[in-house]
Structures are given as structure tokens and as C-alpha cells.
Design a protein around this ligand. Sequence first.
Ligand SMILES: C[S@@+](CC[C@H](N)C(=O)[O-])C[C@H]1O[C@@H](n2cnc3c(N)ncnc32)[C@H](O)[C@@H]1O
Length: 284
Amino acid sequence: MMKGLNYVQDTATRQETRVDGGDISVIQDSGRRLLYQYSGIPNEEMDDHIETMRTMALKVCPYPCIKMYRFMDISIATLPIYPEILDRTKNGDKFLDLGCCLGQEIRQLVFDGTPSKNTYGSDLYGGYFPVGYKLFKDQDRLQTTFIAADIFDNTSKLTELEGKINIIYTGAFFHLFGLEEQKKIAARVVQLLAPRPGSMVCGQQSGNEKPGEYGRKGDTSGRKSFRHNPQSWKELWDHVGEITGSKWDVEADLDSPEFALQTPEGQKQTEKGPQGLRFVVKRL
Ligand SMILES: C[S@@+](CC[C@H](N)C(=O)[O-])C[C@H]1O[C@@H](n2cnc3c(N)ncnc32)[C@H](O)[C@@H]1O
């Protein structure tokens, strides 16, 4: 288990209330705090503002994470590596949130002192970016570069960042895909990162103590996504290291139930229920 993991609220309660995916009471204090302090949204307007933005975001693409108000979870700040991320980005390191959706993690970094010009956000759907500006009321001051790109498209605008990024954060992203696609994403991550020791990718996603392909609650497409335990996640990075000629130190744990998504009805995954995988993968 990674040291110093510190959850900002009672995760058991939250897991319960999340299941229907539409209860505004699940929003964490961290999101409300950011909207109040960074965006100046008064408390009495908070719920209406969040609901309006959620409706707009769902029209771009109705990801379950938006239904569940995940854009109000500031996950990055709960990672033990967060102080290092802050320190490095304040001193010039370039940060990319891969699959950033509305960009809440970037706003937290900027609120905590990272110059926004050192930050990048990328997502398949560029339609989320204007919603993010409206949510956080910062279009006039945020200098983040947002890039609409499919991570599997090696000719996208992301190519301009190849070899230039020092830190990639990715939340609830890899787990959308099967294992072979995840290997391609990881190889792309290696390309985007500066080819030197200390470059890193960190984040969280659904995991399982028994690695394998799992269905997703409410997804009738039949698509499976691969969920890792720390060992299988390490093996993925060993493999990607081999094919890219690089070496990676992998730190991961499965102790963050609040990042786990629900499985289809009746499909029990583990004795402990769905689990979240947190990770820091650093280039050696
Ligand atoms: C489950 S959401 C997580 C959003 C955000 N990281 C969070 O934690 O709230 C996954 C995000 O990945 C993006 N995405 C899905 N497929 C993608 C692809 N092929 N390339 C880039 N982004 C993609 C989606 O548009 C969505 O915003």
C-alpha cells in the first residue's frame, strides 16, 4: 500500500450514495471548496451551478463519471505524490491531464500555485473544455492548453507535446479500455513524456484484486474493460518499457474504493467489492 493515503471523506457512505449516479449530495467538499475559493461561486448558488454544468457536460457525451459528479472530486490532491507534483510544476515542469474531461484537477493545481501556462489538458471531446471554463469561471485567466485528441491517433495535435511533458495525470481513463488498447495508451504516454529519469504518470482508475476484463454497470455495448491489480499494472509497464526501450518504477495499491465504478447487477468482483487502483509510474 502506498504511504500516506488520506481520503477526504467517509468512502463507505459515498460508495453507497453513488450507485444511482444522480445524487448531488455525493459531491465532495473538495469540489465545493474549489468552486468557492477559486471560482468565487457563492454557497447559495453552488448546487444550481453544478447542476447546470452537469447537464451541459452530459450533452457533450454522457459518461457515467459525469452523472456521478466525478468532476467535483478533486482526486489529484489526495495522491501522496501531490506535493511533488506541485513543487515540480511550480518550477517549470509541464503537466498533462490525459482524459481531463472538464479539467477539475488542473484547476486544483492552478489554485495551489502552479502557473497555468505549465498545464495541458487533453480529451477526445473538445466540447468539454468550454463547459470547464463555465464551471470554473476562468476563461479570462487560465492559460492551460487544451487539446481535443483521440489518444489512439498518432497524428493528432498531441504530437506537438511528444517528449515535452514531465508529469501526466490520468483519472478513470485506462480502465475504459481492454488490455491491448491500454498497452497502446501506455506506449503513447511514454512518447509524450520527456525521455529522462523522473518523468512520470500517476492517477487512479477502477481496479480489481483479480485482474481481468470486466463489464460495466449500465453499459449494454458488451465492451469489456481491463482492471488491474498492482502486479498486472506493473507487468503492463514492464512490457511497455521493453517495447519502448525504457524502464519504469511502478508503485500502486488497491486501497481506494471511492474510485471504483460499479459492476453490472449481480456481478460480484471481489470479496471486498469494487476497488480503485492508485499508481505512480516513474521513469528510471
Ligand atoms: C471516465 S471519464 C474521466 C474524466 C476525468 N479524468 C475524471 O476523472 O473525472 C473518461 C474521459 O476520457 C475521455 N476519453 C475517452 N476515450 C478517449 C480517447 N480515445 N482519447 C482521449 N480521451 C478519451 C472521455 O471523453 C472522458 O472525458
